[in-house]
Design a protein around this ligand. Structure first.
Ligand code: PEP
Ligand code: MG
Length: 543
């Protein structure tokens, strides 16, 4: 619809769905800069730090109670997980060490240590995990504000006019701010209708909470306090990322009928089965909307790392059942927890290793940690009553390892009246790829994990930007190996899928099909492009 004469339209990013109209309330975070004044008194700083940690723990407990009252226990877990992180004695020890060894005050110690955790998380490949950095940023910001005794405030231009939560704008306001935090969302009062923010992705906990509360969020609006005047009437569309300043009544009316936008649907092509990656339970509905022919990889570790604790058998069963039910007979491949290396957390208590990418990770870790393996196996078996489940074991190095994992799975689920469970591996370790024929003699399906395979085959760190990824994907050795695996799959008459960045890049889809790969698993939003790239391409039937 064309804008009415006085309307100004901005385009941001969709973060939480829904349409709202309200008056702008500019919410400001205190400036982050901070300078230590001379050498600090370590005892005094230690006291300040302890007082602040205790204050934050109390505050998070209150937030958890508020979230539970307004939503449910799962939403309360967002704050309880933050509290567990703060209560970890190792964190306190580390902050004290920094104050003592680097002769800095409590604010600087918090900035340095939590800033380092944030940086680690931001470097992780999986978007959902990258978003967890926002949780740490929120804690860092809260602790530093408290230490400095400066709290967020609302303002109009240069005038600070009201404490947060007591905005005089009255009914129906839209909070305009740089950073969306979980606490801000949960503290939103009954007049809050939504948020416009500069930073904050759709997978952040703050966005999850906003979705649960039905509050639309538009992200990616640069310098929002310069762009949106205080008290201006605004319309936000959290499905499209559109913002309209001073909307005309006919604009408001035309918007009121719009619904949530899911990824574009496309229809299957005969040349290739296109399945969806699921990094988080919200992605399941995106997979359905996109017309995915199943779920190719459900990355179960994402939730565990986000919640900072293992999920219980019941919690896992609920998620897997949801996926199997939503897919209504289409295959659902759930990957057993792929933890270790960059997918780690302190609470996992993994051994300190010089090179964790080659250490206790993936299937090695699953074999070593029954308390992670057994509840997941049982939850999968219980979910299989609603439809077949394909279990993928990550980072498997040899056939014996696969046989041992499958045997343990079967032992763990004894007594459960399960449905059909298929077992297969993710081909990520080059040695396992070379043994594809031996694997296909004993397993039901295979899936190429191109991200890790490229890393280990071509000695290119998946997190490094030293090489052009598309050039790396051209390496002939990679394609020789892919054809080798496809031949083994064809000879056994069993499926071979590909996932990871290579599979999601339409530039390489034809080549995968021509090499004999029969399915790919990609992010739901990439499904139409991948299908489009392959229409009319002849596949190879090995075997
Ligand atoms: C891969 O390695 O390609 C893969 C899909 O697994 P990850 O979650 O490690 O990206
Ligand atoms: Mg991998």
């Amino acid at each position: 619809m064309a804008p009415a004469a006085d309307e100004v339209r901005l385009t941001g990013a969709p973060v939480a769905p829904g349409v709202s109209v309200g008056r702008a309330c500019l919410y400001c975070w205190p400036a982050a800069e901070h300078e230590s004044a001379g050498a600090p008194d370590v005892v005094r700083e230690g006291g300040r730090l302890d007082e602040t940690l205790a204050w934050m723990v109390e505050r998070l407990t209150a937030m958890a109670e508020a979230a539970k009252a307004r939503l449910d226990a799962e939403m309360a877990d967002i704050f309880l997980a933050q509290r567990t992180f703060l209560e970890d004695p190792n964190l306190r020890r580390r902050l004290f060490q920094i104050m003592e060894s680097q002769r800095v005050d409590a604010e600087s110690a918090v900035e340095r240590q939590l800033g380092a955790y944030e940086a680690q998380l931001r470097a992780v490949e999986t978007e959902y995990l990258r978003e967890r950095a926002a949780d740490i940023a929120e804690l860092r910001q809260g602790l530093v504000s408290r230490l400095r005794r400066v709290m967020p405030f609302c303002r109009c231009r240069d005038v600070q006019h009201c404490p947060p939560g007591e905005c005089p704008l009255g009914n129906d306001h839209i909070v305009v701010t740089t950073e969306l935090t979980s606490q801000l969302v949960v503290e939103a009062n009954c007049n809050t209708r939504g948020f416009i923010v500069e930073r904050g992705g759709a997978l952040s906990h703050a966005a999850i909470l906003a979705r649960a509360l039905g509050l639309p969020v538009v992200g990616g609006v640069r310098d929002p306090h310069e762009t949106v005047p205080c008290n201006a009437r605004i319309l936000i569309d959290g499905d499209t990322g559109e913002v309209v300043l001073d909307p005309a009544e006919k604009t408001v009316r035309s918007w009121s009928g719009r619904g949530r936008r899911r990824p574009a649907a496309s229809t299957p092509v005969p040349e290739l089965r296109v399945l969806a990656n699921v990094d988080h339970r919200d992605d399941v509905q995106d997979a359905v909307a996109a017309g995915a022919e199943g779920i190719g990889v459900y990355r179960t570790e994402t939730d565990v790392l986000a919640w900072r604790r293992p999920l219980t058998e019941d919690e896992q069963e609920e998620r897997y059942t949801e996926a199997v039910t939503a897919m209504a007979g289409r295959p659902v491949h759930v990957r057993m927890l792929d933890l270790g290396s960059d997918k780690t957390a302190e609470w996992l208590r993994l051994p300190a290793e010089e090179n964790p990418a080659l250490g206790c990770r993936g299937s090695r870790l699953l074999l070593a940690r029954d308390e992670l393996f057994t509840p997941q196996a049982r939850a999968l078996a219980r979910a299989s009553r609603h439809g077949a489940v394909h279990v993928i074991y990550p980072m498997v190095g040899n056939v014996d390892e696969f046989l041992e994992l499958r045997a343990r799975f079967r032992r763990a689920v004894v007594g459960i009246d399960a449905g059909t469970v298929h077992h297969g591996v993710m081909f990520e370790v080059p040695a396992a790829c070379l043994q594809a024929r031996e694997f296909y003699r004993v397993m039901d399906f295979g899936c190429i994990g191109s991200n890790d395979l490229v890393q280990y085959l071509l000695a290119v760190d998946r997190h490094s930007d030293c090489c052009d990824t598309e050039e790396v994907f051209e390496h002939p050795a990679l394609w020789t190996l892919i054809r080798w695996m496809a031949e083994a799959a064809g000879a056994a008459g069993k499926p071979l899928a590909a996932c990871g960045e290579l599979a999601g890049n339409p530039r390489f889809t034809r080549r995968l099909v021509e090499s004999g790969v029969t399915a790919v698993s990609v992010a739901p939003r990439r499904i139409p492009a991948v299908r489009g790239a392959v229409r009319g391409v002849e596949s190879v039937a090995w075997g």
